[in-house]
Design a protein around this ligand. Structure first.
Ligand SMILES: [Mn+2]
Length: 313
């Protein structure tokens, strides 16, 4: 794990040190952001970006971040995919831009908290420290404007209590990569035919995992533990399935992912929580993004009804 971090920090000009300084080329865009007319949120929770993999939708994420400044930003794990990077180095400019954007946000007064996940467990060595103003914490507690205490964790610690999840995770890793690849080809073709983006891998996983009840088990286990610890609710990621609903009186929130579903959990200034699906096109059509908002009672997950992802969560 150490090696993954070393590799990352030895990117040379693009290493953590360099990222912490203002990149002149980026300033024009950043100035625009400072005066952006986008909606500001009190808090944004995002996870499972999987930077360092071709599946990461970095450009869409940049658009989302530019459109939505916030007072707090929680990075709820699997931000950088150390597992994949160790196997095959993949680090395009847009992924670098995301890291720069996050560091810049911290520099400009946003409180940025990074809760590492299993794919970026190399960062767990640095819990209690901060880099570039980003605090690294194993878990966090966020208090909403209306006084609710939310336990913020990635969620992979619950794999152990859910039967079979671990070996399925290893078995499914290559399969998952393959479907994501197929997905890109398929959507390239769909784009040419003028058809909207559609997630094959999300669809397949939805079908497969319905039978396994993994998602429900995960959600109940996480919510139950949050309740035991005396919190009003929990915010997690890991299973790539955005959700917001009450489970036995405890609020369960999953902020989804930026590999397939492009979702974020946001807190408004009155403490109201909302799941957002960023529906902008995959990168090329800047500025045409619009928000699909989830229903507020949170009984139903994002209506696209997919995003179950146990295999590579
Ligand atoms: Mn994970």
């Amino acid at each position: 794990m150490r090696s993954a971090f070393d590799a990352f920090s030895s990117l040379g000009g693009a290493g953590f040190g360099a990222l912490n300084t203002d990149a002149p080329g980026d300033e024009a865009g950043d100035e625009a952001e400072d005066h952006a007319t986008g909606r500001r949120f009190r808090t944004i929770f995002i996870s499972d970006l999987h930077l360092g993999t071709p599946g990461c939708q970095a450009v869409a994420l940049l658009d989302f971040l530019k459109a939505h400044p916030s007072d707090n930003l929680y990075l709820v794990g699997d931000i950088v995919d150390g597992w994949q990077l160790r196997r095959k180095w993949y680090w395009p400019q847009s992924h670098n831009d995301v890291v720069q954007k996050l560091l810049r946000r911290a520099r400009k007064g946003c409180r940025v908290v990074f809760v590492p996940g299993n794919h970026d467990e190399f960062a767990r060595e640095f819990i209690g420290h901060e880099f570039g103003g980003i605090e690294v914490m194993d878990e966090a507690v966020h208090t909403t404007a209306d006084g609710r205490r939310l336990w913020v964790i990635h969620g992979d610690y619950f794999d152990g209590v859910i039967q079979c999840a671990k070996w399925l995770a290893y078995l499914g890793d290559n399969l998952y990569e393959f479907t994501l690849k197929l997905n890109r080809y398929l959507n390239h073709w769909r784009g040419r035919m003028g058809l909207p983006y559609w997630s094959l891998s999300a669809y397949l996983k939805h079908k497969v995992k319905k039978a396994l009840n993994y998602v429900t088990d995960f959600e109940v286990a996480v919510a139950t533990e949050a309740h035991k610890r005396g919190h009003h609710g929990v915010v997690c990621g890991h299973i790539h399935r955005a959700e917001m609903r009450e489970i036995n009186g405890t609020l369960y929130c999953n902020d989804g992912d930026w590999v397939e579903s492009r979702t974020a959990l946001v807190e408004h200034f009155d403490g109201r929580l909302e799941l957002i699906h960023w529906a902008a096109g995959q990168g090329s059509d800047h500025g045409t993004g619009h928000l699909n908002q989830n229903n507020h009672d949170g009984r139903k997950s994002a209506e696209r009804g997919h995003m179950e992802s146990m295999v590579n969560a």
